[in-house]
Design a protein around this ligand. Structure first.
Ligand SMILES: Nc1ncnc2c1ncn2[C@@H]1O[C@H](COP(=O)(O)OP(=O)(O)O)[C@@H](O)[C@H]1O
Ligand SMILES: [Mg+2]
Length: 460
């Protein structure tokens, strides 16, 4: 058999407690009332008998039968009195009257004695040898006990109905009370089962009782935190798969890059030999195309390898003004043929950072290249250094169209590019290198057009 739940247990307990209490108290009360009513009834009948005996005294003395008969008739009109008989000293009937009835009957006999006021009467002989007053006759009342018994039966059945009613009422009240206690628990169990089946969005309604309300709120907040951690777990899982795919792709691309790099250098050197053998001049368009494309491919592979297989930084103490000067000089040399200019705004005092200059140079190479691409390979790009406490800022500012606000979050991700010949690796590489240096890179669009890329580095 199933174990009874809280609801059933509470109901059984209340039924038992209230039932026992009501019946025990009622039974005691009933008995007391029963006895009280019974005694009152018997006292009344005995009073009537004594009253009759007192009034019959004279009638017996003077043997006045009609008077005694009237007395008997009078008494017969009393409730429950069914018959009256008056006897003389030798039990001869002086008066008698009896009602017909089917009810159960009882009898009370009371002797008729001479009252003290008659002491000086000529009936002195009515005392025995010890001076006790001897009876001069006897009265008998036959009475019905049917009425009182009916009354007691009525009382008993009323008591039973009343106590049953009280027990039922208490049970009904308690049923709803315990239902209101148990219902939230049942709902909570149902909700837990729903959650187990995977319905993580469901929440329980807080009930009206403070305790169950507290329970429901705690349950809901547990579900919230469960949802948060499961979505975090899903995120991590998704990222892991992404990373795994990326790693697989990375391995494959590394292999391709290495495989392409060697034939490319063979093509390049063969082209040089061919140029010399066939005395092709440097301004031959075909050869220029080939050389440009070989250079572009080479650069792409180098960018990729630098990103996918980052070199371990070789940190040294570097003076930032001279490093920037060197970067700008290299760039000027590369872009000597283009109408571009880099203006610098350096620090007045030397400032040292702990960095790998080769990697930092490559980072700025990427940023400056982007800046000139944005500028349309003309105009000015401004590089300025500033410091704030222990942090160094290097801002590269162009006058191009700025970064599309829609892409501003994505431009640092690997392979994100908006350029037809771009690799999308320049800024991702910068993020990677600066992270190993304890720095960062951010971007802001200027109101008047153009973007400012800010590199942050910790001062040594
Ligand atoms: N100075 C800039 N002005 C506007 N957009 C830029 C600038 N620098 C970078 N971007 C945007 O960021 C993207 C990613 O840059 P990058 O990582 O260097 O890759 P790539 O240059 O190969 O496209 C670019 O395609 C471009 O949309
Ligand atoms: Mg770039």
């Amino acid at each position: 058999m199933r174990n009874p739940g809280i609801h059933a247990r509470l109901l059984i307990a209340v039924f038992a407690i209230i039932g026992c209490t009501t019946f025990a108290l009622g039974y005691m009360g009933m008995n007391i009332t029963h006895q009280f009513v019974q005694t009152r009834f018997e006292e009344r009948i005995s009073f009537l008998a004594k009253y009759l005996a007192l009034n019959a005294e004279l009638g017996i003395l003077i043997d006045d039968k009609p008077m005694l008969q009237r007395l008997a008739i009078n008494l017969l009109s009393e409730k429950d009195v069914m018959g009256v008989t008056v006897f003389d000293r030798s039990d001869g009937e002086l008066a008698s009257i009896l009602k017909e009835t089917a009810e159960p009957l009882s009898v009370i006999d009371v002797p008729v004695l001479l009252s003290r006021s008659q002491e000086v009467s000529p009936f002195q002989w009515n005392e025995d040898a010890d001076g006790n007053n001897l009876p001069i006759g006897r009265v008998r009342i036959v009475y019905s006990t049917g009425g009182i018994e009916q009354l007691l039966i009525n009382m008993r059945s009323r008591f039973i109905w009343l106590s049953s009613g009280i027990v039922m009422l208490a049970a009904v009240i308690f049923y709803f009370l315990s239902h209101s206690l148990v219902a939230p628990l049942t709902k909570l169990a149902q909700a837990a089962r729903d959650v187990e089946r995977g319905n993580h969005d469901m929440r329980v309604q807080p009930g009206s009782l403070p305790e169950t309300r507290e329970l429901a709120l705690a349950f809901n907040s547990m579900l919230d935190s469960l949802e948060r951690s499961s979505s975090a777990l899903e995120d991590v899982y998704r990222k892991m798969i992404h990373q795994k795919n990326l790693a697989e792709m990375g391995k494959f691309s590394m292999m391709v890059a290495h495989e392409v790099k060697n034939p490319l250098s063979i093509i390049k050197s063969s082209l040089d030999v061919l140029k010399e053998d066939m005395s092709i001049t440097a301004d031959n368009t075909m050869v220029r195309y080939m050389e440009d494309e070989i250079q572009r491919l080479n650069r792409l592979i180098e960018d990729f390898l630098a990103f996918a297989h980052p070199a371990k930084p070789m940190f040294r103490r570097v003076e930032i003004n001279s490093l920037i000067r060197e970067i700008v000089m290299r760039f000027d040399l590369q872009k000597a043929k283009l109408p571009v200019k880099i203006s610098t705004d350096l620090l007045e005092e030397p400032c040292h950072v702990n960095a790998d200059p080769d990697l930092i140079i490559r980072v700025f190479d990427n940023i400056l290249k982007n800046a000139f691409e944005a500028n349309g390979d003309k105009g000015i790009v401004n590089v300025s250094i500033s410091r704030e406490g222990e942090t160094l800022y290097i801002d590269v500012e162009d006058h191009g169209g700025g970064v599309d606000p829609e892409n501003i979050e994505k431009i640092f991700e690997p392979f994100f590019t908006t350029r037809s010949k771009g690799s999308g690796l320049g800024l991702a590489y910068a993020v990677q290198v600066l992270r190993t240096h304890g720095g960062a890179i951010t971007v802001k669009n200027k109101g008047e057009g153009g973007a400012v890329f800010r590199v942050t580095l910790p001062i040594e």
